[in-house]
Design a protein around this ligand. Sequence first.
Ligand SMILES: NC(=O)c1ccc[n+]([C@@H]2O[C@H](COP(=O)([O-])OP(=O)(O)OC[C@H]3O[C@@H](n4cnc5c(N)ncnc54)[C@H](O)[C@@H]3O)[C@@H](O)[C@H]2O)c1
Length: 399
Amino acid sequence: MKIAMLGSGFIARFYAESLHAQRRRDHVVMVYSRNEENAKRFASDYGLPHYSTSMEDAIAHPDVDVVLISLPNHLHEAAVHACVKAKKHVICTKPLGRTAAEAKRMLDAVEQAGIFGGYLEDLCYTPKFLKSMESVKRGDIGRVLWAKSRETHPGPHSDWFWDKEKSGGGAIIDLGCHCVEISRNFIGKNIKPIEVMCWADTQVHPIDAEDHAIGLVKYTNGAIGQFEVSWTFRGGMDLRDEVMGTEGTIWVNSFLRTGFEMFTTGKGDDGYVAEKAESNTGWLFPVGDEAHELGYPHMFTDMFNAIEENRDPLETFYDGYVVNAILDAAFKSAETKTWEPIVLEDWRGDDPEDNQKHWESYDVDHYLIKKEILPNGDITLILKHKTSGKVSQKVTRAE
Ligand SMILES: NC(=O)c1ccc[n+]([C@@H]2O[C@H](COP(=O)([O-])OP(=O)(O)OC[C@H]3O[C@@H](n4cnc5c(N)ncnc54)[C@H](O)[C@@H]3O)[C@@H](O)[C@H]2O)c1
């Protein structure tokens, strides 16, 4: 694939490093930046044949197969419409929109134009996440009951993130989009998310948006998603997921303390340790191959294979829209302090009626509540009668 990069900032560089790493075949051939110096520098750093200060020219360039949007949140929609106009495939960084309405317009425009729309949710492509999902899909942990995802760090690196008008919100939109989609994958994308309860506050920074939030997302099958997001966390970037199922548990730590710990007095050159690391002396938690741990190579492979195979990628514009709808409800709940419904005018998953709770039977008359081996070796079975509701226990004595 020949790629036009829109934007030349933090994520554009991360993406370009991933795309040009090792001996990968897909290359950025064009960069758009409104500032010519930045465009030139980016093109020179990554050996690109073209650069432009016109977004439309960059997209329309005949060498370009696919456009990669790496611009601030308030520019995603205009960039998507420009791709639609030029009939170029588009892949867009997270969050898709600042609101579900914005995301829906992008989704509709791409689908009506018949072009590819990939949602770059990298944290749903980390090697640990992909392996966890294989286990969940095989049924290794049974029915998922609770999926919690946390992303916290000391706050973003550019002014526009802190400006609610441009970003669409604070930690909820910036980090919550990752966490919500991680939980949604674990619980099942076909299961409808219905309501959100969210606490949010501005605890530390003098901004209009929230810098800390915790939310619960309820699904029709009774599962609960939980997101914990913050721009107030000190000590680096904490990315952790916990999944609880009827038959098992998964704990994933994707960034801090992943098995690589190092101490330095700081005698060497001041260097980069890892994204959002706050220190480069003392005990450090570097990350071996950061782009890989964050999912970028797997994400681009899926996106480009999907374009070639004329199929959907794992993360589509539709997923981006659902995430925005959940976050819209989270913002509302933080204000009203009550459960708020998730408004999904376009729902493509299962009928909510098909996803009811079901209990495990012990025999025709009883449900099994619990089985446990006691310290003396006895086995207790706790049962509930299906019609009377009476709870009883059956003990098998150890020989
Ligand atoms: N893990 C991830 O997937 C991840 C990580 C970081 C950022 N992002 C997303 O990437 C996007 C960009 O974030 P970033 O961290 O690269 O930001 P950044 O501020 O580092 O870079 C933004 C780029 O857009 C340019 N820009 C800013 N305002 C512009 C305007 N009005 N017109 C044209 N260009 C303009 C800037 O010059 C810069 O090149 C955001 O949507 C953000 O949420 C995703």
